[in-house]
Ligand binder design. Structure first.
Ligand code: AHM
Length: 333
C-alpha cells in the first residue's frame, strides 16, 4: 500500500473513531496534530535555527528549561488559544494553569508535556509530547482547573507524539489505540499501526539504572530478578533506556516489557508528573491491554493534589507490571 492509499488522521477521525468520539474531540485532535507538526519541524531544524541549548529558566518542578521546551509550550498554547473548546491548559512549563475562553458548552482541560526527555534534545536523541484532554463537567471559563480535575474528570482522549527517526502520533479516544506516522511530503499523519495491543509479556526493561543504589531494596531485587541467571523463562531481560518516557513506553507497547521510574532515597514520589506524564500514558497503555501502577495502586485512581504532583510509576505489559507490584508488596521475598 503506498502512502496515497493510507488513511489520513483527518479521515480516520471522521469515519472511524468519529462515530465514537464526539465532534469536539475531532477538532481538538486535529489541532493537536497541527501542533505536533510544528513542534516536529522546530525540533528537526533546531541546530540550524539556533534553538538548541538552555533557555535560562526553570520549570515548576525545578528542571532547567531548554529553548525547545519553551518554544514547544508556546506552540501548544497558540494552537489551542482560540479553539473555544479548551478551558485550561496545564503544562509542565507553566507554574499555573492557563485559563482560556470557551465558545461551546462542551469543553476540555488539556494537560500536556510539550517536550519530554529534553536531555536528549542537544544530542539529536528522541523526545516526545504527551497529552490528555479531560472532559469538563462545568461550562464557561474555568475558575480553578485543579479543583475541576480533582472532581474525577474522565479522560476523553490521551496520547503521545514521538519525534524519532519518524514523527509518530499514538492516541486513544477510549476505543482502541492507533498509531499514525507523519508523511513529511504530504504534511499528513497516516494510519500506520491500527489497534495496537500490548504484548502480555516481554523481554525488555527500561529504567535509569544509575539510580540503582538509591532505590529501595525491593526495586533492586526486582532488577536482580529480571537480570538473574535463574529466571525460569523469558530471561534475562535486556535493558533498553532512551531517557524519554515516550520512547521507552512506545517500545514496550509494541514489543512488550516494562518501564519504571520509582521513588528513590531523595525523591520519595519519583520524578514523573501525574497529570501530564503518568496519567495520559497509563490511560493509553491500559486501553491497549497493558497496566500502569505506582507499585501500590493504579495510576488512574490517584486524585491529583497539585498540578505538578510527582508519582512513582511502572507501566507496560501485564506480566511484568504484576511482577513489579509483587516485589513492592512482598519486598521481593
Ligand atoms: P523532562 O520532561 O524534564 O524531559 O523529564 C521527563 C523525562 C522522561 O521523559 C524520562 O523518562 C525521564 O525524564 C528521564 O529521567 P532521567 O534522566 O532521570 O533518567
Amino acid at each position: 500500500m503506498n502512502s496515497q492509499e493510507k488513511i489520513t488522521l483527518g479521515s480516520f477521525l471522521l469515519k472511524k473513531d468519529g462515530a465514537r468520539l464526539d465532534p469536539a474531540l475531532n477538532v481538538l485532535m486535529t489541532r493537536l496534530a497541527q501542533a505536533a507538526k510544528t513542534i516536529s519541524h522546530e525540533i528537526r531544524n533546531a541546530s540550524i535555527s539556533g534553538n538548541l541549548g538552555m533557555a535560562g529558566g526553570e520549570n515548576p518542578t525545578g528542571d532547567e528549561q531548554k529553548k525547545l521546551d519553551v518554544a514547544a509550550n508556546e506552540i501548544v498554547l497558540e494552537t489551542f488559544a482560540d479553539s473555544g473548546r479548551v478551558a485550561a491548559v496545564v503544562s509542565e512549563e507553566l507554574e499555573a494553569a492557563r485559563c482560556l475562553d470557551t465558545a461551546y458548552p462542551d469543553s476540555y482541560i488539556l494537560c500536556v508535556d510539550p517536550v519530554g526527555g529534553s536531555s536528549n534534545l542537544d544530542i539529536n536523541g528522541t523526545v516526545g509530547t504527551i497529552f490528555s484532554f479531560y472532559r469538563r463537567k462545568r461550562t464557561g471559563r474555568s475558575q480553578d482547573p485543579l479543583a475541576e480535575l480533582q472532581d474525577r474528570l474522565p479522560i476523553a482522549a490521551a496520547g503521545y507524539v514521538m519525534y524519532g527517526p519518524g514523527t509518530i502520533l499514538v492516541f486513544t479516544g477510549g476505543a482502541g489505540v492507533n498509531g499514525f506516522t507523519l508523511d513529511n511530503r504530504r504534511g499528513e499523519f497516516l494510519l500506520t499501526q491500527e489497534l495496537i495491543r500490548s504484548p502480555a509479556r516481554g523481554s525488555y526493561y527500561s529504567a535509569n539504572l544509575g539510580k540503582y543504589g538509591q532505590w529501595d531494596p525491593y526495586i533492586r531485587k526486582f532488577v536482580d530478578h529480571l537480570t538473574g541467571k535463574d529466571l525460569a523463562s523469558n530471561g534475562p531481560y535486556s535493558l533498553r533506556y532512551v531517557g524519554a518516557m515516550v520512547a521507552d513506553i512506545h517500545r514496550n507497547l509494541l514489543e512488550g516489557g516494562i518501564f519504571f521510574y520509582p521513588e528513590d532515597e531523595k525523591n520519595r514520589n519519583g520524578k514523573l508528573r501525574l497529570l501530564y506524564e503518568c496519567a495520559p500514558m497509563a490511560f493509553l497503555v491500559e486501553q491497549a491491554g497493558g497496566r500502569a501502577t505506582t507499585g501500590r495502586g493504579s495510576i488512574l485512581d490517584i486524585r491529583p493534589e497539585s498540578l505538578h504532583q510527582q508519582v512513582p510509576i511502572a507501566i507496560g505489559s501485564p506480566f511484568e507490571v504484576d511482577l513489579y507490584e509483587k516485589f513492592c508488596r512482598e519486598g521481593g521475598e
